[in-house]
Design a protein around this ligand. Sequence first.
Ligand code: SF4
Ligand code: SF4
Length: 112
Amino acid sequence: MSQPSTGIDCAHCPAACCRLEVWCLTETGVPEAFMRADPRGGTVMARLDDGWCIALDRQTLLCRIYEQRPLVCRELRVGSPECLAEHREFTESIPWHHNSSRFPRPRTPCCG
Ligand code: SF4
Ligand code: SF4
């Protein structure tokens, strides 16, 4: 998925939005092992020490539970304020990602 007006393209993004906090607000079939209780109440997707969601395949940068992903993930759109903010912050803070051999991603991006 791409957003020509912004130049942002999921296929060339290091799944930046999969580092955001993701609340599991509805039942979509996310495996229990991928969720954790949040101290403020409710349930969120667990993240590993590298900052990415536990469900992200680290090699392909694709969502391993795409069909069961939380509503929040389904609703986030490329080019949205959340996308642009996270993309900018992440790619600027870790510039080596621009040259990583992991990009471009050849298949369907993680987001909807
Ligand atoms: S929606 Fe997510 S993967 Fe796509 S460009 Fe934005 S931050 Fe990157
Ligand atoms: S799209 Fe998948 S990998 Fe990305 S935050 Fe959502 S559940 Fe995690």
